[in-house]
Design a protein around this ligand. Structure first.
Ligand code: SAM
Length: 232
């Protein structure tokens, strides 16, 4: 997969993404007003389906990294009675700051700048209990590199969780930032486009176990990657 060409195409898609979020913030979510309200709620509990990946975190403070968070992270801010410390990053964070100011919206968690491809330049390995991304990595220019770094940032024994629509590049006809398809093939997590194909389940097999689930009604692919504890 040619990452430099992918980055050039990525840059051309930025305006499309910013236009979407400007309308969404100015309209307080528009037809997705409930989603907007949930994201603005500082007491929002973590979504129930994430309980399984958080229940064995014993630390008093649960640390979550949301990659490609957009202007308002969708991650819940509390887990049972414990606070969740969310670090939200996005390569368009500076542009989102302008949009938030313009729309008069003060986010409960401020998204800060980082490309998913540069995570290890900003954060130390094994810093988070959950490294999460929703509907974002198929918008990146090198999703394989992003996921490898997400795995490195996750504490052994804990999880990377990815929630994306299946084959979104194809669905969106590669419009805007959509360059990639995330798919489940014979139970394996596969990333593909016309330039190539990477079996992520095999690629990560030396350090993590990948579990894929497809929810047909929502056309949603849920991928849980458990980072292995390497015995000393
Ligand atoms: C459809 S939005 C989803 C935002 C948020 N995760 C949500 O579910 O609302 C896609 C996001 O992916 C971000 N993105 C694009 N390229 C990225 C990259 N290289 N690394 C991380 N995020 C990226 C975009 O800037 C955008 O905010």
């Amino acid at each position: 997969m040619d990452a430099s060409n992918a980055k050039a195409i990525w840059k051309q898609g930025i305006d499309h993404e910013v236009t979407f979020w400007r309308a969404w913030l100015n309209g307080r979510g528009g037809e997705f007003a409930e989603d907007f309200a949930r994201r603005m709620d500082p007491t929002l509990p973590v979504a129930r389906h994430l309980n399984r990946v958080l229940h064995h975190v014993t630390a008093p403070e649960i640390r979550v990294l949301d990659v490609g968070a957009g202007p308002l992270t969708a991650v819940g801010k509390r887990y049972r009675r414990r606070p969740v410390t969310i670090t939200a990053v996005d390569p368009l964070a500076d542009l989102y700051d302008d949009l938030l100011r313009e729309a008069g919206v003060e986010p409960p968690v401020r998204t800060t700048w980082c490309h998913g491809e540069l995570l290890l330049e900003r954060f130390n390995p094994a810093s988070f209990h959950l490294v999460y991304s929703q509907n974002a990595l198929d918008h990146s220019y090198d999703p394989v590199a992003v996921i490898e770094q997400m795995v490195a940032l996750t504490q052994p024994g804990h999880y990377v969780v990815l929630e994306h629509r299946r084959n979104e590049g194809e669905n969106e006809q590669y419009h805007g930032l959509h360059q990639w398809n995330f798919d489940m093939v014979h139970g394996h997590f596969v990333i593909w486009n016309a330039q190539g194909r990477t079996n992520m389940t095999e690629r990560l097999s030396d350090r993590a176990t990948v579990h894929c689930r497809y929810v047909p009604r929502a056309k949603w692919l849920n991928i849980q990657i458990r980072v292995r504890v390497i015995p000393r």
